[in-house]
Design a protein around this ligand. Structure first.
Ligand code: GLU
Length: 458
């Protein structure tokens, strides 16, 4: 008898309170590749429980960023549309007593934490609200207080006021065996005083309802996983598998959190970084494989292996991404770019593309070379006599890749020059630049008429 493992369902769950950045795009790429590799599904879930900071514009921006990267999703949901479902689960948790009402203000909680710290105690919520009588609560409500609701972690042997060490564990797909001591944590608030549900519980309800089999996310959620495993258990659900990847640091070894705005996917795109450079970088960074660029997501699918992810933080260096981008362009076939070049007014040919691609850092550089080949150039003003002699020696049409060699050999004999002295004035006159693609490829593209003008310019 054979048993079949169900196809995985994973989710990428950003909050639409900003655009995607290099930190969370790594999570998205890893989830997407994992789903594709195992024949599973990838869900886009918008964690928009924070009504003040979440916007439709950010949600649309996130979708656009994912589409640009080619990370299409098989299903999608947003938490703000699932309130009725959360109402039902929260009502059950209240009825069972796992969710209990608390009346402390933020100031009161702050003061209590400070007192605990002063006495050398961990700043864990002491469950004082569990001691309140019905009359106490009625009085607090009459004073205008509104309760927030905490989830009672299962960390005691009958007396919630006396927590005992309770290790909750899982075998992490990246980090190996992990444990979190539930007695070291405060009971999490799941419902705010204004009635808003918090991510911690909504996420678990969604993961259960959408049949999520694997949660792949950043290691900033490790402690959360301890709490959420307890919530899965309270809901009578089997928890998914978890994998927590390390977080990114800047090239300087400092945390990225304050700089993430500048590291948005949209910023990279606007700066001319190709989607596959971003995706390849995200998929290979912080793994035991070398950082490398691949032309298609499919080429990355076979390579994804959560076991290859390093547990130590990976460093994100924008210069490395720029380098991958250049490498990608240098190897791209004409067909892959022809449409985009045409939209940009560059009606290129395969020959033009072959000539210039090795010199590009971003695709827009092709436009510069297009203009250099086809446009008007100011005279270089250098070496007019030499250039006039060169013009007179231009080989007959049609020009091929051999024409440059024939021409400069003849010019070498005639002028007695060699090396830089021979080649540099020609490049400068014909392209206006000190360096660039091979002249043997550019010369036929520039053509006789423009070459003569540029060489004979006064
Ligand atoms: N919205 C959460 C975040 O962006 C999702 C975490 C999770 O994957 O559960 O951190």
């Amino acid at each position: 008898m054979s048993t079949t493992t169900p196809a995985p369902i994973v989710r990428f769950a950003p909050s639409p309170t900003g655009r995607l950045h290099i930190g969370n795009i790594r999570t998205a790429v890893l989830n997407w590749l994992f789903a594709r590799k195992h024949g599973g599904k990838f869900m886009l879930r918008l964690d928009d429980t924070d009504a003040e900071r979440s916007t439709d514009a950010f949600a649309e921006g996130i979708a656009a960023d994912l589409r640009w990267l080619g990370l299409t999703w098989d299903l999608t949901a947003k938490q703000s549309a699932r309130t009725a479902r959360y109402d039902a689960v929260v009502a059950e948790l209240k009825a069972s007593g796992r969710l209990y009402d608390c009346y402390e203000t933020t100031d009161e909680l702050d003061r209590r934490r400070k007192r605990q710290q002063a006495r050398g105690l961990p700043p864990v919520y002491d469950r004082a609200s569990l001691q309140l009588t019905t009359e106490d609560k009625a009085k607090l409500l009459a004073e205008g207080r509104r309760p927030h609701w905490r989830f009672q972690l299962r960390n005691h042997a009958g007396d919630p006021a006396a927590p005992v060490t309770t290790s909750i564990g899982w075998v992490d797909l990246v980090r190996g065996p992990q444990t979190v001591d539930l007695a070291s944590l405060s009971d999490p608030v799941l419902v705010r005083a204004d009635g808003a549900y918090l991510y911690t519980v909504c996420s678990v309800i969604d993961d259960v309802d959408f049949g999520i089999t694997h949660i792949i996310r950043g290691e900033d959620h490790v402690t959360n996983t301890g709490v959420q495993l307890d919530i899965f258990a309270a809901l009578g659900a089997t928890a998914p598998a978890f994998g927590h990847h390390s977080l990114l640091l800047g090239a300087d070894g400092q945390g990225l959190s304050k700089r993430l705005g500048a590291l948005a996917v949209a910023e990279f795109r606007d700066a001319g970084i190709e989607a596959m450079a971003v995706a390849s970088h995200a998929a290979t960074l912080g793994t035991s494989d070398p950082i490398a660029v691949f032309p298609e997501l499919d080429a990355l699918v076979a390579r994804i292996d959560l076991g290859k992810l390093s547990r130590s933080p990976a460093r994100f260096d924008p210069a490395e991404l720029a380098e991958l981008n250049a490498k990608l362009l240098h190897a791209l076939p004409f067909d892959a770019v022809a449409g985009r070049l045409a939209t940009d007014g560059v009606l290129a040919t395969p020959v033009f593309w072959e000539a210039v691609r090795g010199n590009l850092r971003v695709l827009a550089d092709a436009k510069t070379w297009w203009a250099i080949v086809h446009g008007d150039l100011p005279a270089s003003g250098e070496d007019p006599a030499f250039l006039a002699a060169a013009a007179a020696l231009l080989p007959p049409d049609p020009w091929t890749l051999d024409s440059w060699g024939q021409w400069t050999s003849a010019l070498k004999v005639k002028s007695g020059r060699k090396g830089r002295e021979l080649f540099h004035p020609l490049r400068l006159a014909l392209t206006g630049l000190e360096s660039g693609p091979e002249m043997k490829a550019l010369l036929p593209l520039i053509g006789r008429t423009r070459a003569l003008q540029r060489l004979n310019a006064e």
